[in-house]
Ligand binder design. Structure first.
Ligand SMILES: NC(=O)c1ccc[n+]([C@@H]2O[C@H](COP(=O)([O-])OP(=O)(O)OC[C@H]3O[C@@H](n4cnc5c(N)ncnc54)[C@H](O)[C@@H]3O)[C@@H](O)[C@H]2O)c1
Length: 450
C-alpha cells in the first residue's frame, strides 16, 4: 500500500521509516526544505537511536522516499497521515492546530482519488470533525472522492521510538466508517501478525485516549516527585517507596522515578491542552490542574536545590556550576520544555555561571540557553566548577571517574537530580552529595540503594 506521511519530525520520520520496513511504499513529506534535502543526503534531521540505519535500508530498498511537494507526493496514497506539530498556542495553552488545518486544506485541494486521512498528531477532541470539514470544503467532496478521517494517536517514546513503534503496547484507531477501519487494518496488518493489541473505537474517544494517557503518566511522575519531597522531610527513601508501591500490580513499577519534573515535547503541552478542553466543556480535571502547577514549580525548585548546595543565594553569586545533561531525557536531542532550561535559568538569575555538556542536545540547547557555556565533554564542564549537577541520566554520566571529578572541580559538590549514584558511596568518596527524596544521611546509608 502507498502511504503518505505529512510531517517528517520525531513522529513522522520514525513512523514512515517503520511502515516502509513493514513493506509499505512510503513517502515522507515536509515543508522544511532543509530537512528533506538532508534526508536525501542520508543525514538524519533528528537524533533517534537506530533511525539512520532503518532509513538507509528502506531508501535503498526503494520503499522510502522524501518530498516537499505534497500534491504530487500524495497521489495514489490510500493512507495519508498527518504528523505535524501541535504545540501550545501562545497565551492560552490550547493546542495550536494551524499546521494540522493547513495540511487538511492542502490534502483536500490535492486529493485525486479515494483515501483515508489519518491524524497521528496529538489533537484535541473534535479535531477529526474539523479536518473532515476542511477536506470536504477544499474541494475533495465536490470532486466526488471518497475519503474518511481517522484518528490514530502515536504513543512512541523518543529514544526508544523504533522499538515502541514496531512492538507497541497497543494501537488505537478511532474511525467512523468501514472504509476507514478497512484501510487501517491493512496499514497495521504486519503488526496484527505480531499480535499487537489493537483498539478500534470512535474518533473522539481515540483523540481523548491520547490526552488521558499522557495526563495519567504525568500524574504518576508528579505523584512520586511529591512523595520524594516528603521523603526528604521525614527521612525516608523515595526509591524504596517506589519499589514498595510498584510491586503492587495495580500500580506497576514504571514511571515512578523521582526527578526534576517532567518535560519534553508532549507532557507539558498535552496536559495544558487537556485542561483547556475541560474548561471548554465545563468539566473540570482538577487532578491534572494540580499536576501542571506542581510540575511547573518543581523545575525552578531544582535550580534552588543546586543553589542550596552552593551554600545559599548569597554564597552562590559568582560561583560556577557544571550541568551534566540538557535534553529532557537521555537518547534524544530534544530540548522542548526540558527541566534543564528552568534549572539553568534559575542559576543564572542568581548570578551563577553555568557550563554544560550533553551528548546529543547541545546544538538544540544553544539558542535556548545563550547564557550557558557549552563544553566539549563532561570533564571540561566540571573543570573549576563549585558544584556539579546531573540533570539528565545519560549513560555517559553513570560511571563518571569520580576521582578525576574531585581533582578538577573546585569543590566536591554533586547534586544528582536523577538519583543515579548511591548516597552512601558518594559520601564515602568525600562528596557533598544531594539527590532527590533520599531522606537523611542515615536513611540513605541504610537503603539498599543502587
Ligand atoms: N515527539 C514525540 O515523542 C511524540 C510522541 C507522540 C505523539 N507526538 C505528537 O506527534 C506530533 C508531531 O510531533 P513531532 O515531535 O514529530 O513534531 P516535530 O516538530 O518534530 O515534526 C513536525 C514536522 O512537521 C512539519 N510540518 C509542519 N507543517 C507542515 C506542512 N504544512 N506540511 C508538511 N510538513 C509540515 C515540520 O516542518 C516538522 O518537520 C505532535 O502532535 C506531537 O504531540 C509526538
Amino acid at each position: 500500500m502507498k502511504i503518505a506521511m505529512v510531517g517528517s519530525g520525531y513522529v513522522g520520520l520514525v513512523s514512515g521509516a517503520c511502515f516502509a520496513d513493514f513493506g509499505h511504499d512510503v513517502v515522507c513529506i515536509d515543508k522544511d526544505q532543509a530537512k528533506i534535502d538532508a534526508l536525501h543526503r542520508g543525514v538524519m534531521p533528528i537524533y533517534e537511536p537506530g533511525l539512520d540505519a532503518l532509513v538507509d535500508t528502506n531508501v535503498k530498498a526503494g520503499r522510502l522516499t522524501f518530498s516537499t511537494d505534497l500534491p504530487s507526493a500524495i497521489a495514489g496514497a490510500l493512507a495519508i497521515f498527518i504528523a505535524v506539530g501541535t504545540p501550545s498556542r501562545r497565551g492560552d495553552g490550547h493546542a495550536d492546530l494551524t499546521f494540522v488545518h493547513a495540511v487538511a486544506r492542502e490534502v483536500g485541494e490535492a486529493l485525486a482519488g479515494d483515501a483515508v486521512v489519518v491524524t497521528k498528531s496529538t489533537v484535541p477532541v473534535g479535531t477529526g470533525d474539523e479536518v473532515e470539514r476542511i477536506i470536504a470544503d477544499s474541494g475533495a467532496a465536490a470532486r466526488g472522492h471518497r475519503f474518511s478521517v481517522v484518528s490514530n494517536p502515536e504513543f512512541l517514546r523518543e529514544g526508544a521510538a523504533i522499538g515502541d513503534f514496531k512492538r507497541p503496547d497497543r494501537i488505537v484507531i478511532g474511525a467512523e466508517d468501514e472504509f476507514g477501519r478497512e484501510i487501517m487494518r491493512e496499514v497495521y496488518r504486519p503488526l496484527f501478525l505480531n499480535q499487537a493489541p489493537i483498539l478500534f473505537t470512535n474518533r473522539r474517544t481515540s483523540e481523548l485516549i491520547k490526552y488521558a494517557a499522557n495526563a495519567f503518566l504525568a500524574t504518576k511522575i508528579t505523584f512520586i516527585n511529591e512523595m520524594a519531597d516528603l521523603c526528604e522531610k521525614v527521612g525516608a527513601d523515595v526509591q524504596d517507596v517506589a519499589r514498595g508501591i510498584g510491586m503492587d500490580n495495580r500500580i506497576g513499577p514504571k514511571f515512578l522515578h523521582a526527578g526534576p519534573g517532567y518535560g519534553g515535547s508532549c507532557f507539558p503541552k498535552d496536559t495544558l491542552a487537556l485542561l483547556k478542553t475541560s474548561e471548554d466543556y465545563d468539566s473540570p480535571t482538577r487532578i491534572v490542574e494540580a499536576v501542571v502547577k506542581a510540575n511547573d514549580t518543581r523545575k525552578r525548585a531544582m535550580g534552588r536545590k543546586v543553589i542550596d548546595a552552593l551554600g545559599g543565594l548569597e554564597q552562590a553569586r559568582g560561583k560556577k556550576v557544571a550541568l551534566l545533561g540538557l535534553t529532557f531525557k537521555p537518547n534524544t536531542d530534544d530540548m522542548r520544555d526540558s527541566p534543564a532550561i528552568a534549572v539553568a535559568q534559575t542559576l543564572t538569575d542568581a548570578g551563577v555561571a553555568v557550563t554544560a555538556y550533553d551528548p546529543e542536545g547541545m546544538e538544540q540547547a544553544r539558542p535556548l540557553l545563550p547564557q550557558v557555556t557549552m563544553a566539549d565533554d563532561p570533564y571540561a564542564a566540571i573543570d573549576g566548577a563549585d558544584a556539579v549537577a546531573i540533570v539528565t541520566e545519560w549513560d555517559a554520566f553513570r560511571a563518571l571517574d569520580l576521582d578525576r571529578v574531585k581533582a578538577i572541580a573546585k569543590a566536591p559538590v554533586l547534586v544528582d537530580l536523577r538519583n543515579i549514584y548511591n548516597p552512601a558511596d558518594m559520601r564515602a568518596k568525600g562528596f557533598a552529595y544531594s539527590s532527590i527524596g533520599r531522606g537523611s544521611p542515615a536513611a540513605n546509608g541504610m537503603s539498599g540503594g543502587l
